[in-house]
Ligand binder design. Structure first.
Ligand SMILES: Nc1ncnc2c1ncn2[C@@H]1O[C@H](COP(=O)(O)OP(=O)(O)OP(=O)(O)O)[C@@H](O)[C@H]1O
Ligand SMILES: [Mg+2]
Length: 261
């Protein structure tokens, strides 16, 4: 699996998610390599976001869903009673399709959660904000207006601000659910550069409908498709292998491959 240097950050085994009689995800078995970028691709409604939400237990916030199977993160079942969901979500940060921005200054938006969690003192705020804004590729654009309202930023800038906020918790993992679907090409490129720059330091799981983006960024690809209305993992493998030699008809159809890679 993966390459010789990479261990699994997540080991997903027999993961099944149901809503009443309806199966949303069926028996997903997937290893997600640490320190690499894993792209999750597949048609709309196949269960990609649901899988992501199982990784940091955001799925708990949908009590009507039944979850079976295990997700091991750093070797430990995330649903063990000893695992604190808030701590898990700090270590496994998430960025959504639409940026979440709070009223308040740019700096406050970055350090808010880290302050609340006691990860940084008031004195350390400015330094933490600068580091995270640099890592998110936003520093140069905002360094002269750090105390202005964050809501004055463009949507693309707010998305990078959301990444900076996630990074302020010093997560091991960044889950990104279609982070660029609301953005123009320039902002998309900035976010792709940010994800690339974090490779090796963070585990990144990127759900995307942009196949070219998945090809550009991902080391490892997992393709989820709906079979008889329920989401199943079709295949997972090195990016070039899945794109050029998919093993399943469903993947081939989703990728639109007609004999040419
Ligand atoms: N809380 C919920 N209750 C009931 N059904 C749900 C819930 N969350 C998701 N679903 C259903 O599960 C299926 C998979 O949803 P999910 O959002 O994971 O798909 P997706 O692959 O992320 O799609 P998209 O690419 O459009 O974002 C959908 O049919 C959705 O309606
Ligand atoms: Mg989704």
């Amino acid at each position: 699996m993966f390459d010789r240097n990479s261990a699994a950050a997540f080991e997903v085994r027999g993961l099944t998610v149901r809503s009443g009689a309806r199966t949303i995800l069926h028996d997903v078995n997937l290893d997600i390599p640490a320190g690499q970028i894993t792209g999750i691709i597949g048609p709309s409604g196949a269960g990609k976001s649901t899988l992501l939400r199982c990784l940091n237990r955001l799925i708990d916030l949908s009590p009507s869903l039944d979850v079976e199977g295990t997700v091991r993160f750093a070797g430990r079942d995330v649903r063990e009673s000893a695992v604190d969901p808030d701590d898990l979500r700090r270590r496994v940060g998430i960025v959504f399709q639409q940026p979440v921005t709070f009223p308040g200054t740019i700096v406050r938006n970055v350090v808010f959660a880290a302050r609340k969690l006691g990860l940084v003192s008031r004195k350390g705020e400015a330094e933490l904000a600068e580091r995270c804004l640099r890592d998110a590729g936003l520093w140069d654009e905002v360094k002269d207006r750090l105390r202005l309202p964050a809501l004055s930023l463009s949507v693309g800038q707010q998305q990078r601000l959301a990444i900076a906020r996630a990074l302020a918790g010093d997560p091991d993992v960044l889950l990104m659910d279609e982070p660029t679907s609301a953005l123009d090409p320039r902002s998309t490129e900035a976010i792709e550069q940010t994800a690339s720059a974090l490779r090796g330091r963070k585990t990144i799981v990127l759900v995307t409908h942009h196949l070219e983006q998945a090809r550009r960024l991902a080391d490892w690809i997992a393709c989820i498709c709906a079979v008889d209305g329920r989401g199943e993992l079709m295949e997972a493998g090195f990016c070039a292998d899945v794109f050029c030699q998919p093993t399943r008809d469903e993947t081939r159809e989703y990728l639109g491959i007609s004999g040419r890679c």
